[in-house]
Design a protein around this ligand. Sequence first.
Ligand code: NAD
Length: 303
Amino acid sequence: MRIDDLRRVLVIGLGTMGQEIALHCARFGFDVVCYDLDAEVGESCRGRLGTLVGQWVGAGLLPAADARRMLDRIRIEFEPAAAARQVDLLIECVPEIRRAKAEVFARFHELCPPEAVFVTNASYLTPSMLAKSTGRPELFAAFHFHDPVWVANVVDIMPHPGTAPATIELLAAFAERIDQIPIVCHKENHGYVFNSMLRSFLMTAIALASDGVADVEDIDRAWMGVMKTPIGPFGILDRIGLDTVYDIVQYWTLVSKDPQHAKSREFIKRLLDAGQLGLKSGHGFYRYPHPAFEQPGFLQPGR
Ligand SMILES: NC(=O)c1ccc[n+]([C@@H]2O[C@H](COP(=O)([O-])OP(=O)(O)OC[C@H]3O[C@@H](n4cnc5c(N)ncnc54)[C@H](O)[C@@H]3O)[C@@H](O)[C@H]2O)c1
């Protein structure tokens, strides 16, 4: 497939990332079909997309007419067979659980056109771990966005040994069409490029808090005060979503056998058990929409 033949994108999983990716592809002129296993998520999707776009219009980032055209390019489907029809590119955005992702690929391989390219937005699983389940390994790679998609304009493209070179070229061209900088990895690595660096940073922050070295807010203050960033590690974790963070910490607990990872996992689990999922639930390490780290005075001495 050539880039000019790539017109219809199917986004599977309409959570934090799926909704942003769907909007982003529509913004750059692609027809987007959205599907989520949870019908309620599908039902609420159009409203959530409208709210996000309304915020961009309100902030002067997007003309209202463009916003309407963008939303018109997005279709929500509730039946997998209807969602898969005439799809050129499938972007999988379901939770970071290998079996769940593999099941999605196997199911949609049966339904999508045979020439459709499949990608995963997985954070830490590598494409080799999923390639067989796609039924089309030469047309499969990881294509990993960063949150928020319209600000962090970098995607990792990570092939596995069976990915065809033409697929990598197509994905790099697609990244550029949607105004993203493609970072093509030469080999597989858990966490690509940016996430590999971010993982060490966030895991260290969680370890500092779960080990009782300092409070969450002070750990953020330390980073923000020195680096002059608008957000610290725990604000970032809230943005990612603590359920997704838990899946990732759980993965590393199993892989590394480091006892600190198990301690960190329990620390995150306590918040999840209390219903604190981060920004998406309005409460994580901070309360939203006005988290403490955005308040004047957060970085003032003698606050
Ligand atoms: N959140 C981030 O900042 C971020 C950034 C980059 C990559 N990722 C990765 O993107 C993926 C999705 O993360 P998220 O944070 O958007 O997750 P999320 O939990 O917010 O959303 C996942 C969605 O997938 C749906 N789903 C679950 N199983 C499904 C299935 N079998 N078929 C269709 N839909 C299904 C759920 O109903 C939910 O709406 C994960 O692999 C994550 O690691 C996340």
